[in-house]
Design a protein around this ligand. Structure first.
Ligand SMILES: [Zn+2]
Length: 93
């Protein structure tokens, strides 16, 4: 199961899931891989696109969108980070 804040405004196809890596919570589109670090600023200008070339690292962080140190956030994570107001959907993987 993972938790979603809404649909992606970059690709219009994917869903923005709450993801965590190295203690950082962020939103990740499951289709185009765009990342948003602030759930209150999900706008085109704030989208980040980590690349394979950089090991999927989010620039200026220790967090990665893929690999063994990256996973979907749990409900507790979402609660803890006070991202709860942005929670829209629960998806059964
Ligand atoms: Zn997308």
């Amino acid at each position: 199961m993972h938790f979603v804040a809404g649909s992606c405004l970059i690709c219009d196809d994917g869903l923005l899931g709450f993801r965590k890596s190295n203690g950082l919570i962020f939103l990740l589109c499951d289709e185009c891989g765009s990342v948003f670090l602030d759930p209150s600023k999900v706008v085109r200008e704030e989208a980040i696109f980590p690349s394979f070339k950089n090991g999927w690292l989010i620039p200026n962080t220790e967090a990665s969108i893929a690999g063994e140190k990256s996973e979907w956030a749990t409900k507790d994570d979402v609660d803890d980070m006070e991202w709860l107001p942005f929670l829209m959907l629960e998806i059964n993987d």
